[in-house]
Ligand binder design. Sequence first.
Ligand code: CO
Length: 163
Amino acid sequence: MATKEIITKGNALLSKKCHLVTKFDKKLWEMLDNMKETLIASNGVGLAAPQLGIIRRVALVLDVTLEEEGKEPVIYELINPEIIEKSDETIIDVEGCLSVPGIYGKVERPAKAKVRAQDRNGKIYEVEGKEITARCFCHELDHLDGHLFTEKVIEFIYPEDDE
Ligand code: CO
């Protein structure tokens, strides 16, 4: 495993529509492992393949809401993911992105979202997320279509620099 460089806003690769994954091979597993190491090293809750310059429909989401239920947080490996259900209820909260350092803004997202994806062996599964996890599913899936959260911000937040 190795950490990889995260590309930032302005890089044209972040605007590309990503390709479907068709091969569930060692190369994909290596990429997933590198993404996982990069996500953990950056203290993020989600990472999409295009953020490493890889134009494939692959994303990771760290589900921290499981901690509230006394469970260990899990990193979901989402390959060719689709959102199949969204709650009508939405939450407006502050969002950021590892590819848009230092910029935060309020974005409206569904309170709950269900995703259908493939795992690293190509097996289809479904996973439901709430609050920050639902937010993260939407944010990461947007990356796979070349969209950044900054396109959806209703109010930018400028944290006071108190250091
Ligand atoms: Co992002």
